[in-house]
Write a protein that binds this ligand. Structure first.
Ligand SMILES: Nc1ncnc2c1ncn2[C@@H]1O[C@H](COP(=O)(O)OP(=O)(O)O)[C@@H](O)[C@H]1O
Ligand SMILES: [Mg+2]
Length: 222
């Protein structure tokens, strides 16, 4: 069986002047289509570094990465950007919405980059926003929403391109427990519908919502 994600021997070193910081020290991991994986570990263990590599935001120092059968580890930056836009949706701890755009326009943004017509963009954005329970907040600016609502906008934006995988880095880290639980329910529902989700968290209670748990300690899977 082939995984939608297959990595082997992934190492990442950050170079800081004369010092190199080994953030990942040889990671092997296979993630199957439709899995909901929680990547857990203490602060500084390499979770975000791994997610940035899996999400094609950064490249490894060495090792192989296959995403959906394509060899990612040998790709140029420009090709990586195209893969990211067509196959990957991101949800970040700090939401990363554009403050001057309203909710609908924030969600339309990935479709603008992929050249979808304005009418189709608007219709698709409204559809995913209604799926996350924000069909009545289309013209609000991010500053006019609660944290939980902002994260739901970010999830809608991650879903709008129909990505093969959704990556979430500490998606409940800036939320109160009730809003955090609502966000996890949305991820559970997406998983039940067949979406592949990779979520980074340092919180084992959050990780219990996933179907598979992977522990990272000091840049290695433990
Ligand atoms: N851009 C960077 N430059 C230098 N070192 C970094 C950078 N990003 C992360 N690191 C280091 O790599 C290690 C792993 O960091 P990170 O992946 O952010 O861990 P986590 O997300 O688990 O908290 C840490 O020692 C951190 O200090
Ligand atoms: Mg992190």
């Amino acid at each position: 069986m082939n995984g939608i994600i297959e990595i082997s021997g992934i190492e990442k070193e950050y170079r800081m002047g004369k010092i190199t910081v080994p953030a990942l020290r040889g990671i092997d991991l296979t993630i199957m289509q439709g899995e909901f994986v929680a990547i857990m570990g203490p602060s500084g263990s390499g979770k975000s570094t791994l997610m940035h590599i899996l999400g094609c935001l950064d490249t490894p120092t060495s090792g192989d990465y296959f995403l959906d059968g394509e060899k990612i580890s040998a790709m140029k930056k420009s090709k990586l950007a195209a893969i990211r836009n067509s196959k990957i949706g991101f949800v970040f701890q700090t939401f990363n919405l554009l403050p001057h755009l309203n909710v609908q326009k924030n969600v339309e943004l990935p479709l603008m980059y992929s050249g979808v017509s304005p009418r189709k963009r608007a219709a698709r954005a409204r559809e995913v926003l209604s799926d996350v329970g924000l069909g009545d907040r289309l013209r609000h600016k991010p500053s006019e929403l609660s944290g939980g609502q902002r994260q739901r906008v970010a999830i809608a934006r991650a879903l709008v391109n129909n990505p093969a995988i959704i990556f979430a880095d500490e998606p409940t880290g800036n939320l109160d427990s009730v809003s955090g639980s609502d966000i996890l329910t949305i991820f559970s529902n997406l998983h039940a519908k067949g979406h592949t989700i990779v979520m980074v968290t340092h919180d084992s209670a959050v990780a219990t919502r996933a179907s598979t748990r992977v522990n990272i300690v000091d840049g290695l899977i433990g």
